[in-house]
Write a protein that binds this ligand. Structure first.
Ligand code: MN
Length: 296
């Protein structure tokens, strides 16, 4: 067998392996991936194994294209060790209360068992329920085209959504074996931005102690500034859902439209859709969609 034939045989085997792989991953038969692999099989079977250089290069380019396509597809799934699992996506109303990652009394003496039980079972659960309810009501609003309560449900979505997401982060931010100082990249970044761990700790503690009323202190990563930051949040939000990434935003401050539209904000909003750069939103989405935390 000459080199070319061997190469074509290898491609053929690779193609078959990919099909088995798609089957094991239960990729739907209607997926474009299947079509591409089937086309490729036909192409290989149709060649007479006496390929010219050009034909071989074109075959190779096709193989690379399919490979890239598959890579993108599976990037959307989560890698757990070496096993690929189908990424779970939550439908409206499907949030659930995550288990605590340790027993209720595990954080004693610093946080009592009684607090943890109330905090997790009662308070956190009510955020999960409230978030589900808000999502379902907004789904209903979309279906019936009745947005008369949009302000109420958006507020609920932000309040309960931030409540659920922040508590989920909070439980996992703590451990009975916690304390000490961070290591690795985080250690370097804290030193780089705050000067020292002690300076960061002081800043964070003051932010927490001085939140007006109820709320949170948060250490965040800013993908824009590419540095860490410490923020305060009064209550959970000002209509935001912490732990989300903005993709498409519309400025409805009066300075954005008043000179031209006067008080006709609705007209400005309707016209604005003519300007949306979906390529930009798509690219923000593709990068943001790589960030996946556990759904429970
Ligand atoms: Mn709380």
């Amino acid at each position: 067998m000459d080199r070319f034939s061997r190469y074509v045989n290898e491609l053929f085997e690779w193609n078959e392996q990919m099909k088995q792989f798609l089957e094991s991953e239960e990729v739907g038969q209607n997926s474009e991936l299947w079509e591409q692999l089937d086309d490729f099989t036909e192409l290989i079977e149709g060649t007479d194994r006496q390929l010219s250089n050009e034909e071989l290069l074109s075959l190779q380019a096709k193989a690379e294209h399919i490979h890239e396509h598959m890579e993108n597809y599976f990037k959307r799934k989560q890698e757990v060790g070496t096993i690929w699992v189908v990424e779970k996506t939550l439908q409206p109303g499907e949030h659930s209360l995550p288990e605590l990652p340790y027993p209720y009394n595990a954080l004693e003496p610093f946080i009592s068992e009684e607090i943890m039980k109330l905090h997790h079972d009662i308070h956190h659960r009510s955020y999960v329920d409230g978030l589900n309810k808000a999502e379902l009501n907004l789904k209903k609003a979309r279906e019936t085209n009745d947005f008369s309560l949009i302000k109420h449900w958006s507020r609920e979505l932000a309040f309960h959504g931030s409540g659920h997401y922040l508590h989920t982060i909070f439980w996992n931010n703590m451990s009975p074996n916690g304390g000490g100082t961070p290591q690795g990249l985080l250690k370097d970044e804290i030193k780089h931005y705050f000067g020292s761990f002690a300076a960061f700790k002081q800043h964070f503690s003051e932010a927490a102690k001085q939140v007006e009323g109820v709320g949170w202190a948060l250490l965040v990563w800013s993908p824009r500034a590419r540095h860490l930051e410490v923020l305060q949040s009064e209550r959970h939000m000002l209509l935001t859902q912490w732990d989300t990434i903005p993709l498409l935003v519309l400025d409805v401050w009066e300075h954005a439209f008043y000179l031209q539209y006067k008080n006709k904000r609705a007209e400005y909003v309707d016209n604005w859709w003519n300007l949306v750069n979906w390529h930009n939103v798509e690219s923000r989405f593709e990068k943001a969609a790589d960030k996946k935390w556990s759904t429970v």
